[in-house]
Design a protein around this ligand. Sequence first.
Ligand code: NAD
Length: 311
Amino acid sequence: MRFLITGGVGFIGCALANHLVREGHHVRVLDDLSAGYDPDRLDPKVLFTRGDVRDVPKLWTLLQKVDCVYHLAARVYVEQSILYPREYNDVNVGGTVAVMEAMRDAGVKRVVLASSGAVYGEQAMQPVKETHPPNPQSPYAVSKIAAEHYVFTIGALWDIETVALRIFNAYGPGQQVPTSHPPVIPQFVKQALGGGSLVVFGDGSQTRDFVYIDDVVEAMVAAATASDVDRAIINVGSGRELSINELIKKVEQATGRKVHPLYNSAQSGGVSRLVADISLARRKLGFKPRTDIDKGLRLLLERDPQFAAKA
Ligand code: NAD
């Protein structure tokens, strides 16, 4: 098959692109490199174009003869979105509308949208099912719900098959650790290996659903060809709930280092509990997460060059 992956140099997109070319597919990637990842991470068989996802003429060119689009290009940090909501709206919503408009004009038949578990916000019932009403707590979460609506609405009007995957907290090799708003797992591993204190926002009792990158890629691959997924919203998580304090213990076990948590005030935009119900993914995509947190942390330490040398 022929794919276009927007945001395909980033953490999830690069893993997906490299997997697809290894399976013999043709893959084009569009990325503006704003997240700072190096396009050399991509397998040489991936055709990389630097550009903005809102550039419709460029999209239109890249979409010729494409069977399926993975739309991942986005600004991705909850806390940053609180400071820069306009930027999040412009890229995440505007970018999605641009992709759908270009797909309509180029006659592409399917799009898989990378949505987020963040759309659920605070929910009384856990694990969260796709039928739970969204309760966004940040501009990032709002932008993802808006993107879902645009994808489904424009898709229905123009006969484009649309699937939204609500990905929970993905982690694994190849995820960078920016100085501001770093994702929790690589940040904790970095702090554990580097010594010093490990900063926790809140009391550490808040829970998340951490899903290993290979499992995310597997769900995404299935979403491109599965039947009966048109206009479906599907959770992609591990289905396991882990508190931040439990995660600290897991990081200690995996790294063999004792860490010293330093508890700071909670960040806004966060929620107290979040875990995915993945029964729909199991039914529609044959999804079965293979890598639990212990194995995932081991693989991260082995395979990620930024940690392997220090582990
Ligand atoms: P990432 O930041 O690593 O990748 C996003 C990529 O999009 C980056 O390479 C960035 O340069 C690119 N990009 C940003 N703005 C762009 C623009 N205007 N034009 C072209 N490219 C642009 O993020 P990720 O973790 O790989 O996430 C990928 C997608 O999955 C995002 O849509 C994100 O919202 C979603 N998602 C990720 C997670 C997670 O845990 N990583 C969870 C839920 C949803």
